[in-house]
Each structure stands twice: as structure tokens, then as C-alpha cells.
Design a protein around this ligand. Structure first.
Ligand SMILES: Nc1ncnc2c1ncn2[C@@H]1O[C@H](COP(=O)(O)OP(=O)(O)OP(=O)(O)O)[C@@H](O)[C@H]1O
Length: 298
């Protein structure tokens, strides 16, 4: 996944990088409107505690998926790692450096692609490369863009605009753009959530193939148990919110490269799948019951 300049190995963009991410006692409270202030807790009764006291160590070169019931705080956590949201409490360290805001050391792939519609496929990727590597020559920037598009098999679509390409191709652009800045960590928020099953499968296989190349640290949110099992080294199962935290971290021992056709033959596959299904069912049922209770009181 390291996209660089073939002719100048000393360039930053060619150094294969990965990161250790340390999430320490992180909480996120969204302030509510009105409500009574409690001096003891320092919170207002209408505040919403999304995540409470979450700690997690993500080792370099590890593919980590985060799975949990709907609305438990997965995106909140990813946004905090991305530096797009500030934790109310706790610290995050990327290779021992505190995360204080967004940075080029983190590449983000969004579910809705977030492409600039007036730019071509190539222009979308080039914009990111120019922003992050302004000192590189135009030729060097072009080569990074070319390599990134080649990696996701989009060379032939370089001059197309987003409205001319399929959802799967749009997400390939999103992935190329995130990788072209050669981040230390790749953050993906339900990257295949908007795609049909077949396209989703193709893209998962692409990610598996690309990831094998240099095993960058990845944190991916997903609702799909099969997707998490196919791609991850570790699966973080979150509890339901409010005040969500980590229920358990599962190790996925399947050898790589992985093949979706044969992965379920591994002796650990069904136990892992069953454990995840059980966790998600219990948590989702509790969320639904809490909703029904709230409705019946109102
Ligand atoms: N800016 C905000 N202000 C208030 N509450 C918020 C804000 N952003 C998120 N929340 C709440 O925090 C909780 C966690 O939201 P989040 O989007 O992180 O969950 P999620 O697990 O990613 O959900 P999903 O699986 O549906 O994508 C939800 O109850 C949500 O309503």
C-alpha cells in the first residue's frame, strides 16, 4: 500500500510506513441543550455520553475492524482518531505523538466517497497529493497519482468525472486518494456500506490484495461479520451505547493471503462468527428494548 516514486527512494512518499495507535481512557460526551448541571460529575443531565473510558492498543501492520450495534459510537471513535473530533477525556498517541487534529499521517476512506464532483478521478487524487506534498515536482506528483490509480485498477478511468463512474469505482478513487498520501494509518468508515453485494465483494478482495503489499495499520468500521473475518487480524467488539466501551477484542488467526471461498474451512471460523453474531444480537436486542421502554414512557 506504499505508493511512491520509483526513481527516488529517499522521498518521504516512498518510505513504507505503519503506525502504533494508542487509545487511552478516551471518553466522548456530546453536550445537550438545557438540563441541570451536576457539580459532582461535571456533566449536564442532557449531555450524551457516547463513549466512556475506552482504551485500546493497535499494533503496527495490523488490520483492525470495529464492529458493534448501530449507534454505539464507532464513527465517533474513528472521527476522534482522525482528529476530526476532540475527545472529552483521554489521549490518543500515534507512534507516541499525541493526536491533536487531522493530519496527513492518517488517510480516511468515507462511506459516501466524499469526492469532489467537478474534478476528474485523477484530479481528486492529485489534489490530495499536491496538498500533502507541495514541494514535490509536478512530475513526481504525477507519478504518485499514476501509481495510486494503478494500484486500484483505475488507470483507464483517470479522466472520468465521479458522475460518470459506478459506486465501486468511486470508492476505488477514495481508496487511491487515501493511499496516495502514504499515511501511517488508514481509517475506513464502512467503506463498502453503500455498495451492492457483488461490488462489495470485489472491493474487499482488492483491499485484501492491496493490504498484503505492505500491511499498513488499518482501522475499519464495518457492520459485516463476514467482511471483518475476511480482512482483519483483530476485531474490536463494542458494547451498545450510551457510554459504549469495548466488550472484547477477537484475534483472527487465519493465514494470509486469504480467500473468501475457503476461509470458512479454517477451524476457528465458525466459533468466531458465532461469538460475533451472539454479541451483536444481544446488544442490538438491548438497544431495541431500551428504545421501546423510552417510547412507552413518553
Ligand atoms: N454531534 C453529535 N451530537 C450529539 N450526539 C451525537 C453526535 N454525533 C453522534 N452522536 C450520538 O452518538 C452516538 C454514537 O454515534 P455514532 O455515529 O458514532 O455511532 P455508530 O456506531 O457509528 O452508528 P452507526 O452504526 O449507525 O453508523 C449516537 O447515539 C449518536 O446519536
Amino acid at each position: 500500500m506504499s505508493i511512491g516514486l520509483r526513481s527516488s527512494p529517499s522521498r518521504v512518499s516512498e518510505v513504507a510506513t505503519s503506525a502504533h495507535l494508542s487509545i487511552r481512557n478516551v471518553s466522548k460526551v456530546f453536550p445537550g441543550k438545557g438540563g441541570l448541571f451536576n457539580k459532582l460529575t461535571g456533566k449536564t443531565t442532557s449531555d450524551f455520553v457516547a463513549i466512556e473510558d475506552m482504551s485500546l492498543e493497535i499494533e503496527p501492520n495490523t488490520f483492525v475492524s470495529i464492529i458493534g450495534p448501530s449507534g454505539c459510537g464507532k464513527s465517533t471513535l474513528l472521527n476522534i482518531i482522525a482528529g476530526l473530533s476532540v475527545p472529552t477525556q483521554g489521549t490518543l498517541l500515534l507512534n507516541d505523538e499525541p493526536i491533536r487534529g487531522p493530519g496527513a499521517d492518517r488517510g480516511i476512506v468515507f462511506q459516501n466517497y466524499a469526492l469532489m464532483p467537478w474534478m476528474t478521478v485523477e484530479g481528486n487524487v492529485r489534489f490530495a497529493v499536491e496538498t500533502v506534498n507541495p514541494k514535490l515536482s509536478a512530475g513526481q506528483q504525477r507519478e504518485i497519482v499514476r501509481n495510486a490509480l494503478e494500484l486500484v485498477n483505475l488507470t483507464g478511468a483517470a479522466r472520468k468525472h465521479p458522475h460518470e463512474i459506478s459506486g465501486g469505482m468511486k470508492q476505488r478513487v477514495g481508496i487511491a486518494r487515501a493511499l496516495a498520501i502514504n499515511p501511517k494509518i488508514l481509517l475506513m468508515d464502512e467503506p463498502f456500506g453503500a455498495l451492492d453485494t457483488l461490488t462489495r465483494g470485489f472491493l474487499q478482495d482488492e483491499i485484501e490484495r492491496i493490504w498484503e503489499q505492505d500491511r499498513k495499520t488499518v482501522v475499519m468500521i464495518t457492520h459485516s461479520i463476514a467482511e471483518a473475518l475476511l480482512l482483519s487480524d483483530k476485531i474490536v467488539m463494542m458494547t451498545r451505547g450510551p457510554a459504549a466501551s469495548i466488550a472484547k477484542v477477537l484475534d483472527v488467526p487465519f493465514p494470509r493471503p486469504r480467500d473468501r471461498e475457503t476461509i470458512d474451512e479454517h477451524p476457528a471460523y465458525h466459533d468466531l462468527k458465532t461469538e460475533m453474531e451472539h454479541h451483536l444480537t444481544l446488544e442490538t436486542r438491548a438497544v431495541e428494548e431500551a428504545r421501546i421502554q423510552k417510547l412507552s414512557k413518553s
